[in-house]
Design a binder for this molecule. Sequence first.
Ligand code: HEC
Length: 111
Amino acid sequence: MPAALPWTRTKALQVAAVVLLLHSDQSGAADLARGRVIATRWCSECHVTGPGQQRGSDNVPTFSEINKSEKFDAARLSAFLSAPQHSRMPDLSLTRAEIADLAAYIKSQGH
Ligand code: HEC
């Protein structure tokens, strides 16, 4: 049945496109915009996460202050967020990709 061929090809292309999309989503470099969305959603309750935000909780460092700390980098953020029981922060169970995005976003603050 010759008519089946183009359909199969279209389908295969669609599948390939979806696979490609999923892949680029996971393996892409840290994404600032995604980091900001995560920060606004999960961190802004306590931290001042960006210039648009008026205030967070008292005695919680702003992201701009965190970025100014010389010790701050992605590895440190990852270690910090993976062991929240050592701080007053809740366990947010973020993925590595989310933490990388957050680190990129925090690094963009306060300059
Ligand atoms: C329920 C409140 C709360 C939420 C939500 C919260 N934090 Fe915090 N965070 C704190 C407090 C309080 C501190 C002060 C230091 C401590 O308790 O360890 C802190 C400290 C930090 C520090 C360490 C600063 C330093 O160098 O000492 C980082 C980094 C940080 N938070 C990142 C985040 C990120 C990223 C998110 C969102 C995914 C987040 N926090 C969500 C309360 C919160």
